[in-house]
Design a binder for this molecule. Structure first.
Ligand SMILES: *Cc1c(COP(=O)(O)O)cnc(C)c1O
Length: 384
């Protein structure tokens, strides 16, 4: 991974650039003139309303990160030792860490053949009497096969948790990603389409988990009921932790959420530029992923699938010579040193392994220009 950084920094076209709406300081100034700085204040309330009304996220809480929201999800589903959790191997470590921290046994599923998203057929094969939850991750803001996954979860009575870290503004059949399973998690990390440096949200779609969430998010106390005037004091009632972001984060985030529409539309148009340019060419060295019609995605990443790892290295080197940064993703979790140390038996997940070796991400960020996308495409096509 360290080797990768050299390609990313100080390029003429960088891989990513963090975005500012320009309104952040307006809200930060408003905040410092007020008196509420800890979590769950007026800015948090306004963020939650915008997430609900403008983005379709229904019942939601802000958290300090998506990692945090995933850990909270594991807590809410009462995951513990002896429980098995099925999740993709091709994902970011936080998807897995949250459940490993609670002592669950992780069962890694493979990706689809033509897309990094989890393969429902692979999930089905892993179900046992101990299975308690399925966790999925919508790669690049592109929806997993929710029809199939929801059916499996319902038939087997399992929790379905959506790691929708990359999904702000992405939909499946008109429904926001993160609102289809029992729980969903968003990230507002600096590298995501909209951000507040570090931040996240938990989306609660299963009504039975709402009361529990209200306690867990306030360190396991009924402080929220107390603040609403429903009790005269608050006390320890369940397991919980400190998940609420401060109002400084919420003020920054509100500026992004309220003013992000244009930037997100521009980002989508850049993704389409890439796609239209590269789909018109047939190359022996790389292909595009299979984009299903129901993936109403948010252009989080643009990626191509190279023939093999050495082809990917060669294209990256060629791009770097043209002063263009690029990146790859992920080292599949079942092959990570943390998991390999624990499992004597090696599992083979050929699709996840292939994406780990061949997936190449091209620069895409809210302030990239169409000319720059053209330049990147020309450079990719130059290496045939
Ligand atoms: C970014 C990301 C996370 C972690 O988000 P944080 O807000 O940084 O904790 C988790 N899962 C996926 C798939 C991500 O892309």
């Amino acid at each position: 991974m360290m080797r990768d950084i050299g390609y990313i920094r100080i390029m003429k076209i960088p891989f990513n650039k963090s975005w500012l709406s320009g309104k952040e300081t307006v809200y930060i100034n408003e905040l410092v003139r007020g008196e509420h700085f800890s979590g769950n204040g007026p800015f948090t309330r306004r963020c939650r309303e915008v997430l609900s009304n403008q983005y379709g996220y229904g019942e939601n809480y802000l958290t300090t990160s998506c990692t945090d929201a995933l850990e909270l999800s594991a807590l809410l589903c009462d995951i513990g030792p002896g429980d098995e959790v099925i999740l993709p191997s091709y994902t970011f470590v936080s998807t897995a860490n949250a459940f490993a921290l609670r002592g669950a046994t992780l069962k890694f599923a493979d990706s689809l053949p033509d897309h990094p998203n989890i393969d429902p057929a692979s999930v089905k094969k892993l179900i046992s009497k101990q299975t308690k939850a399925i966790v999925l991750m919508h790669y690049a803001g592109m929806a997993c096969d929710m029809h199939a996954l929801l059916r499996i979860a319902q038939e087997k009575n399992l929790f379905l948790i959506e790691d929708a870290a990359q999904c702000i503004g992405a939909y499946y059949e008109g429904q926001a990603l993160g609102t289809l399973g029992d729980l969903g998690t968003l990230s507002f990390h600096e590298t995501k389409n909209l951000h507040c440096g570090e931040g996240g949200a938990l989306l609660i779609n299963n009504k039975r988990l709402m009361k529990k969430a209200e306690l867990a998010i306030e360190k396991g106390t009924n402080r929220m009921a107390f603040l609403r005037g429903e009790t005269s004091s608050y006390e320890w009632q369940s397991l919980g932790s400190s998940f609420l972001p401060p109002e400084t984060s919420a003020a920054f985030l509100l500026a992004q959420l309220e003013n992000g529409t244009e930037a997100l539309a521009h980002r989508k148009s850049l993704w389409n530029c890439y796609f239209n340019h590269l789909t018109s060419v047939s190359s022996p060295l790389w292909k595009l992923p299979k984009i299903e019609t129901w993936m109403d995605h948010n252009a989080h990443h643009f990626f191509i699938l190279c023939k093999d790892q050495s082809t990917r290295d060669r294209i990256r080197k060629h791009l770097a010579e043209k002063n263009i940064a690029s990146s790859f993703h992920y080292i599949p979790l079942h092959t990570s040193s943390f998991i390999s140390k624990q499992n004597a038996q090696h599992v083979s997940l050929p699709n996840a392994e292939r994406f780990g070796e061949t997936l190449l991400r091209l620069p895409l960020f809210n302030t990239l220009t169409e000319q720059e996308v053209d330049e990147v495409c020309k450079a990719v096509l130059g290496e045939q």
